[in-house]
Design a protein around this ligand. Sequence first.
Ligand SMILES: *Cc1c(COP(=O)(O)O)cnc(C)c1O
Length: 400
Amino acid sequence: MIRIPLLNLNRQYSFMKDGIDGALKRCLDHQHWILGPETAEFEAAAAAYLGARYAVAVSSGTDALVMALRALAITVKGKEYFDPSDEFLTTAFTFTATGDAILRAGGTPVFVDIDPATFNIDIDQVRGYLSSARSASQPVNQSTSQPLTPSVSRSAGVVGILPVHLFGQSCHMTDLGDLVRRYGLLMVEDGAQAFGAEWEGKKVGTFGHAGAFSFFPSKNLGCFGDGGMVVTDDGSLADTVRMLARHGGKDKYNVDHIGYNARLDTIQAAVLLEKLKYLDDFNARRRAIAATYDRELTAIGGLVLPFSHQDHVHHQYTVRVEGGRRDRLRAFLAERGVESAVYYPVCLHAMRAFQGRAKTAGPLTGAERASAEVLSLPVDPLQTTEDTDHVIRSVRQFFR
Ligand SMILES: *Cc1c(COP(=O)(O)O)cnc(C)c1O
């Protein structure tokens, strides 16, 4: 019986076994489990890879988002947390943690619809909300030639934006950058699914005041447990994130802030250092599989393929199944040994956790429709041509 999982981590481990085993062995030998030598080494390697000045390795992607936001509250607002009157625009179609991080940092998420073609935040709706009377934001017209300088120019209203590079594809960073400058917004990028993705030759995560990444095992760069990272070009922001992750101070026996114990384990940094060597190759393999799907699944009535541009790193290959047949396709594929998944079955604005704690920027029909239609197909960098062909054959059979 054929079995094609979304991602086969056993196969991936076998593929890089010698390097990984060597890295783990070095940790066993030095026994320096917290902030050992591999942590700083990985931060330097990741910062260099992404083209960011600073990288702070932390305990998860969720913690990276929370601490990036809190560090902005501390450095820009001079307060430990944002206030509920501080709004952050973000997408309604993302992983739970994106919206939750805004709440945990004290702010209010304002959920925005998605562009149906890219699944990413609908920039027209962002623009509409920013210019509408509902928003207290006023254009401040920062010059576009200036680097982003963190500032909050109002006491209430939209203070920031948290774009998500969903499924491995960059948001439109030129348009978002223009809005951020025009309205003097803070920007934290959620790059959890897009390590290595680019917008016009620049890596995602490096456009905003800070970028957050996740090394959850299934991500394009994943470790052997939970892990994450904050990148920034701003030294005081990096220092503040570093303090927050170490109980809130430079000296953990005498702290300045309400902190966390949220460091990345040395052993995870050692694994990531090894896996980073394979990242570009693996992302290229993902792109090649996606290109095969694009070619072979085109022009099937009721099946909408994802829009991809060349810098997509295809964390997921996500199609839309029209006509209420998504769950039937999923079951049909499962019978043929093809695993698939629904990311995401429930939009954030529909979750209980956000009731009474979040706002919406307008109608979220694109996001709602996506949650009913999306299906992610296997795009494992090491899946064989036969695997990919079997997926294609099975999808075609369903629509015949
Ligand atoms: C995975 C993910 C996160 C959270 O990362 P964890 O490491 O699991 O905490 C946040 N945002 C998005 C879009 C993600 O996919």
